[in-house]
Structure formats: C-alpha cells, structure tokens
Design a binder for this molecule. Structure first.
Ligand code: C5J
Length: 241
C-alpha cells in the first residue's frame, strides 16, 4: 500500500469506523474485524462433562462450566459481525498412530486415551466425547482443527489457514487455561499473531492455575498477549454501532 495513502484522513477515518478498541490488560487491544478470528479451544465433552478424559484424570469438570455462557455470547456476537470463527479439538486417530505412547501412559489411568468410556473411546476423533459441547456447536461453515497435542499449531494446518485468510489477531477462548489455551496462545504469539484472551471464556480445573495462566500472558507489557473480559469485548462491538 502507498505509505502516503495509509496516513490520509480518509484512511484514518475508515480505520476509526472499522477498528474496535477493547479495554484490556496491560493496555487496550485494537482489532480490525476483517483480520481477527475467534478461536474456541477444546470445548469438548471429554473435558467438560462427567465420564470423559478430564473426569478420569480426577478433575472437577464443573469448574469449567462458568466459561460456557460467556463464550456462547461472544460466539453469537462474532457470528453476527461476520468474524472468522475457528474451533479446535484435542484427540487422536482411531488407530492412535498420532498419540505418543508417553501421552497415553501418563497418569496411569484405568481408562486411558483410546479406551472405551461412557462417551465412546476417550479422546478419539469421531466419538461422542471428542466432539464440542452442544451449547457451542460449530456451524457447518466454521473450521474445526483436530490436533493431537496441547498446542493448536503443532501438527496441524492452523497457521496455513489463518495466513491464507489474512488473520493476524486472535480472540482466545476455551479450556484449559494453563494447558491448551496457554500453549496455543504462546505458539500463536511466537508466530506473530496478536492474542486477546477473554478471562471469563477460559477455564481451568485449578483456580490458582487460572489466575497464574492469565497473569503470565499479560505480564511484562503483554509478553504473550492481552487479557480482557467478554463484557469488555462485547462493549467494543456495541460502541461500533
Ligand atoms: C488438557 C486441554 N488439559 N484442552 N487439554 O489436557 O487443555
């Protein structure tokens, strides 16, 4: 683009009309809806409902439930404003060829990844437990990235997809804050994406880890990203008119 054009009053005015400013920490987060995607990380039955992987690990799955309703509201606003919406799911191929033995053995669980549980085979693609909870179901047009690891960029085509559609900022939601959310946010940050994590749309089985994960992201001038709330994010949409 012509650098003089970028400075012209018309462009400045256009930017003011189309860019959103979200109150955030460590400072405000400015985004252009055209280059921003909402990412919903691993809101799967296997993590959120009783009888799934999170439960078998000994966690209180209900600690994740407060993130559902705010995420539903953010999802609705993003869809209405035509933002790109992407989902991730953690899980493995039915033959478990993409599941490292070290991951399957971890925790010495009675019901391991790939074993039959009340919601089908645990963390296996195509099984009921592996899919997204009903409250946040993806639309048929929305991209779902299946990932074998904690980070959504590891062994997936997420980066390629985001670059192909011109996405440079991510609104981050999902579970769990200190595992897949934090890993994915760090991976995105290193690849040059600007990440805004909505604190009431992410959740952890451990309240102290929830706090620490968010603090780590926004510390040191936002060394990994920005942190805000669903209310502040939705306010920014309202102010756009
Ligand atoms: C975990 C995740 N906690 N989605 N996965 O194993 O955070």
């Amino acid at each position: 683009m012509d650098p003089h054009l970028a400075e012209s009053p018309e462009i400045v005015e256009l930017k003011m009309k189309t860019h959103l400013t979200v109150e955030a920490e460590p400072y405000e987060f400015t985004l252009d809806p055209a280059s921003t995607a909402l990412i919903v990380i691993d809101m799967q039955r296997d993590f959120i409902l009783p009888g799934g992987f999170g439960d078998f690990l000994g966690n209180k799955v209900e600690l994740l439930h407060p993130a559902i309703e705010p995420t539903r509201r953010v999802l609705a606003a993003c869809r209405q404003r035509r933002l790109t919406v992407l989902y991730t799911r953690e899980g493995h191929r039915p033959d478990l060829s993409d599941c490292p033995p070290s991951k399957r053995e971890r925790g010495r669980l009675k019901i391991k990844i790939g074993d039959e549980g009340p919601m089908g085979r645990v963390l296996v693609r195509g099984e009921y437990g592996h899919d997204i909870i009903d409250e946040l179901s993806p639309l048929p047009t929305e991209t779902v990235i299946d990932k074998p690891g904690k980070g959504a960029f590891f062994a997936t085509d997420l980066d390629l997809i985001l670059r192909n559609i011109g996405i440079s900022s991510l609104i981050v939601t999902g579970v769990t804050s200190e595992v897949c959310v934090q890993t994915t946010t760090r991976e995105a940050n290193d690849r040059g994406y600007r990440c805004l994590v909505l604190e009431d749309c992410v959740a952890s089985y451990f309240p102290e880890f929830q706090r620490a994960a968010l603090d780590m992201i926004k510390a040191q001038g936002g060394i990994v990203g920005w942190v805000s709330t669903s209310a502040r994010f939705l306010d920014a949409f309202e102010n756009l008119g």
